[in-house]
Design a protein around this ligand. Structure first.
Ligand code: AMP
Ligand code: ZN
Length: 480
């Protein structure tokens, strides 16, 4: 579809202004976009993946609006400490110690796993995803510029960014520095002149055995976490680019520090649109890799929920709204996705049936565009899709064409729905096994064979299934 920009201008919420703004790219031909990648010391959890799905929808919307997109993402394989504010240990080093592997092996393993997850979720891969450790040179150059311009100081073996030299510090997060200074944000590093100063280059860390170290003008050491995103984004996208995104946890520290580094170095605004996805919440808390209990895409698959079901689940909430995860709610998403798949299969089976209503088609296309261009309103865009599925105004041939058009945004792989259906059946042996066991248990109960019934209950519990008995038999659900 050729988008008529006059019908519906693309508006995106800019965290910087706290407003929806019309999106106008710096260069008419190509949008330059940067997304913060994963810290590869563990599998991505489904909270991380929610953010990557939001960023994928954003990219697809830009493409739908006729723009070309240059998309860069980093891979954090060094320097991200257990606290975002320069405290604690390097997350990858910690994991390497725990697993008795080299840091490089850990980073390589989890980077591969992350790429697999992105592919399974049908996320369009960035043009480049760049490892922090392959850009040490650019990071050192950036620190040299900051040093030359007087934004740094060297204390206790580390190079710090001096926020007192950068008057706009904290604007993105609307930080009230005086108020925060009075409170306790973090255990303050005594070498810092100001608690909000941050490390650009460590030569002395608070822990031994940092395997990843490089020569630098300040001594052998390693970069502070925020440095990589400034250095990589500027290297590939230039000093001023269109969109920078991440999860909302990045607003207060990571992106705030990135702005300070990049803008202090160039003296110019670095990014036009800052966009942030809200959290996935699990058991009333932000899902987080540093907590023991987090769910991966694999965990969901094992419980019978395919990556496309998870994608559909995420589309059901606006990216700026927190999304609560539980097995009950994903079960609902699964039912809706199954019903959607069945409807599409039915439409495909009747593809020769045509009924044209140009007015309806035009109206629905414009409605869809208005929803996605209104700051990526996916729940309402899905509602437009359901309208198409239900209507009798157009035939299956016309419906299918519209659905494929909409799927350029949803990325639910409508075209391959038959294959997905087949794969699902092969992959989810566990669901079939559960259903078989429940049936056997019901039979045992009918025959009053309580011993057998209890044995089967135990087996089901080991599979993570909770079973409830009632007068009509038994129902089961996956334990949350
Ligand atoms: P990290 O590996 O911690 O750097 O996180 C990778 C991406 O996931 C970042 O954009 C984070 O902001 C985002 N993220 C982390 N936790 C969550 C969560 N619970 N829900 C949504 N996004 C998250
Ligand atoms: Zn980043």
């Amino acid at each position: 579809m050729i988008v008529n920009k006059e019908i519906s201008k693309l508006k995106l919420y800019n965290t910087f202004s706290r407003k929806k703004e019309e999106f106008i790219p710096i260069d008419k031909k190509i949008v330059k976009m940067y997304t913060c990648g994963l810290t590869v010391y563990n599998f991505a959890h489904i909270g991380n993946l929610r953010t990557y799905i939001f960023e994928d929808i954003l990219k697809r919307t830009l493409l739908y609006n006729g723009y070309k997109v240059k998309h860069i993402m980093n891979i954090t394989d060094v320097g991200h400490l257990t606290s975002d504010a320069d405290e604690g240990e390097d997350k990858i080093v910690l994991k390497a110690k725990k697993e008795k592997k080299s840091v490089w092996k850990i980073a390589e393993f989890y980077t591969k796993a992350f790429e697999n997850d992105l592919k399974k979720l049908n996320i369009i891969l960035p043009d480049f995803h760049k490892k922090a450790t392959e850009h040490i040179h650019q990071m050192i150059d950036l620190v040299k510029i900051l040093e030359k311009k007087g934004f740094t100081y060297f204390r206790n073996g580390n190079v710090y960014f001096d926020i007192s030299k950068f008057p706009n510090y904290g604007k993105l997060a609307k930080l009230d520095l005086d108020k925060l200074r009075a409170g306790k944000r973090c255990e303050i590093d005594k070498a810092k002149k100001n608690p909000f100063d941050f490390v650009l280059w460590f030569t002395k860390s608070k822990f031994e055995d940092q395997e990843m170290k490089w020569e630098s003008p300040w001594g052998r050491g390693y970069p502070g976490w925020h440095l990589e995103c400034s250095a990589i984004s500027m290297h590939y996208l230039g000093n001023h680019f269109d969109i920078h995104c991440g999860g909302i946890d990045h607003i207060a520290v990571h992106h705030t520090n990135e702005i300070a580094q990049s803008e202090a170095a160039t003296g110019k605004k670095c990014v036009n649109f800052w966009m942030h996805g809200e959290f996935l919440i699990f058991k009333k808390e932000k899902m987080s890799k540093s907590k023991n209990e987090f769910l991966t895409l694999k965990t969901l698959q094992k419980k019978g929920f395919s990556p496309m079901v998870y994608r559909y689940f995420c589309l059901g909430a606006h990216y700026r709204q927190p999304l609560n995860f539980s097995y009950d709610v994903i079960e609902n998403a699964k039912s809706a996705y199954d019903s959607l798949s069945n409807k599409i299969l039915e439409i495909k089976a009747n593809i020769q049936k045509s009924k044209i209503d140009k007015n309806f088609t035009k109206k629905i296309q414009n409605e869809f565009l208005a929803k996605i261009n209104n700051d990526l309103n996916m729940p309402e865009a899905l509602a437009v899709m359901w309208k198409v599925l239900r209507t009798t105004k157009i035939g299956c041939k016309e419906k299918y064409k519209l659905l494929l058009e909409f799927d350029k945004i949803f990325g639910l792989n409508f075209e391959k729905i038959d294959e997905i259906q087949k794969e699902k059946e092969e992959q989810f042996g566990e669901r079939e096994l559960v259903e078989k066991l429940v049936k056997e248990r019901n039979e045992a109960r009918e025959q009053k064979d309580w011993k057998r019934s209890d044995e089967i209950r135990e087996k089901l519990e080991k599979l993570g299934v909770e079973i409830r008995d009632n007068s009509n038999g038994s129902t089961w659900k996956i334990k949350s």
